[in-house]
Write a protein that binds this ligand. Structure first.
Ligand SMILES: Cc1cc2nc3c(=O)[nH]c(=O)nc-3n(C[C@H](O)[C@H](O)[C@H](O)COP(=O)(O)O)c2cc1C
Length: 468
């Protein structure tokens, strides 16, 4: 491939590119980096909306943290890391400020296109970087740590990390290009062409020639375990027989049995759906969007919610007091408590029932009323669930959860036991966070469930004009 003639520098560059995982200490001059970034953000993208953001990371500590998180040491060597994220947050704010309708975070089509936009930006940037003597490598492992990455870089809702890129000057010579499948295999003329079995074996055989992996006990054990898990005992026997017959572990067995393991790649699908929702992408949950949206228009007589940390505190206190008020009206003795893991303790003398309630209060703008409320996070050293149960043990209470969600037109209060939440709404799989769903489908389920208490308060600002 090396001696091949190319008609121009561009094709030569594209054909000789390779991922670079070893960087020199040389810094990237700011004007070079700027041009590379400009070239990336000049890429084609759907409707020219550019729904992506790039977090530029040069801080050594942050780089080290990411290297450790992803288990790939070269990350900390690169002078610049770029985190590519889908970003509908900025576009949504623009639409809001422009008084334009907006549903992109609830649309699968927008999600699909924005993913492509983000990657095209990244790859154009890589090509520009290559052309200026830089090297780069993607790190896809950020997908394993979406919530940590969000917290590290303070990503708002609607911003979703896609891939990390390491950028810098190669340490020594440029890395050798990897062999790729022939275009005759990848390109189909006019319609999809079924390949013969032998053609497939030969195509991959040529690409991965010389990459057979030596057999070790440990590798055999892992591959057997994966095969057994995903296809059963008989398949595991066949796989081992093939390895024995060949005298090596072939590339497909290595890829799916040892590296991107077929069993572990299946794990977490449900958790990812939950995470998408947490990140503000809830297209898979939303039913009957238009009906909900119509409902969501702010009434003439209502007051918009101005968000801010002081207002959040007010809403937090209000939610807790409202729960106290309604429990008191219902015959409970109630007390607000602080710094314990619960917010309200409620005691019902006739039944001797004692509730330890954690209250989550949120405001939701128009169009966001069906966004979930985060209940309990498992991402901290001591999870919220453990904190809640410790507090309830200390005060001899049953753990309960309450949610107060205030929109410009109305507020909803939900109250239920943690036991009922776990049984009916949580789903069994491991998650980074438990959420209280607010979609139409769930709201209907709550109404049918006598164990979920619900109050709706409607606001009518009948005489509340200020400053003209
Ligand atoms: C989405 C994506 C994620 C990747 N993640 C990693 C990674 O986590 N670590 C790594 O060393 N390489 C990673 N790579 C680089 C690939 O391993 C590399 O592109 C592939 O082996 C082909 O080699 P080449 O880029 O040199 O042609 C990733 C590439 C892509 C496109």
């Amino acid at each position: 491939m090396k001696d091949r003639e190319y008609p121009n520098q561009m094709t030569k560059l594209l054909m000789e590119r390779a991922s670079c995982r070893s960087f020199s200490e040389e810094k990237i001059p700011p004007d070079v980096l700027r041009l590379v970034l400009e070239a990336g953000t000049h890429a084609p993208n759907g409707w020219n909306l550019q729904p992506y953001s790039i977090i530029k990371i040069e801080n050594d500590e942050t780089k080290q943290k990411l290297a450790e998180m992803c288990g790939q040491g070269f990350i900390s060597q690169a002078p610049v890391l770029l985190l590519f994220c889908i970003d509908w947050y900025r576009v949504e704010r623009w639409a809001r400020l422009s008084v334009a309708p907006f549903t992109a975070t609830r649309s699968f089509r927008h999600f699909w296109i924005s993913f492509q936009d983000t990657i095209l930006c990244a790859q154009n940037l890589c090509t520009a970087a290559d052309s200026m003597g830089l090297g780069s490598v993607y790190v896809g492992a950020v997908v394993e740590f979406l919530a940590d990455v969000r917290d590290m870089f303070q990503l708002p809702q609607g911003v979703l990390p896609v891939v990390l890129l390491c950028l810098g000057y190669p340490k020594t010579t440029r890395p050798q290009p990897q062999r790729k499948l022939s275009v005759d295999v990848i390109v189909h003329s006019e319609r999809y062409r079924e390949m013969e079995d032998q053609e497939i074996i030969d195509a991959f055989g040529e690409k991965y020639h010389g990459q057979e992996l030596e057999i070790t006990e440990e590798r055999l054990e892992t591959i057997t375990e994966v095969c057994r898990e995903v296809h059963g005992e008989e398949f595991a026997r066949r796989c081992l027989a093939r390895i024995d017959e060949n005298g090596y572990i072939n590339r497909a067995q290595r890829d799916f049995g040892l590296e991107c393991r077929a069993d572990s790649m299946l794990e977490g699908n449900e958790r990812y759906l939950g995470l998408m929702e947490e990140f503000g992408f809830d297209w898979f949950e939303v039913e009957d969007e238009i009906a909900e949206l119509h409902h969501a228009q702010v009434g003439e007589s209502n007051v918009e919610i101005i968000k801010g940390s002081r207002h959040q505190k007010i809403i937090g206190d209000f939610g807790e007091n409202l729960i106290c008020n309604w429990l008191s009206r219902s015959g409970f003795e109630v007390a607000l408590v602080d710094h314990t893991g619960i917010d309200v303790v409620a005691y019902h003398p006739p039944t001797k029932q004692r509730l330890g309630i954690t209250v989550k209060s949120r405001t939701r703008d128009v169009g966001k009323q069906d966004e979930s409320v985060n209940l309990l996070s498992y991402q901290k050293v001591k999870s919220d669930r453990v904190k809640l149960s410790d507090a309830c043990n200390a005060f001899a209470c049953e753990p309960w959860i309450a949610v107060y969600v205030e929109t410009p037109e109305y507020a909803d209060v939900y109250l239920t036991s943690l036991e009922n939440f776990d049984r009916e709404y949580r789903g069994g799989k491991a998650k980074s966070i438990d959420t209280w769903k607010m979609t139409k489908k769930y709201k209907e389920r709550y109404e049918q469930d006598s164990n979920v208490k619900h109050i709706r308060i409607e606001f009518h600002a009948t005489n509340w004009e200020w400053f003209g």
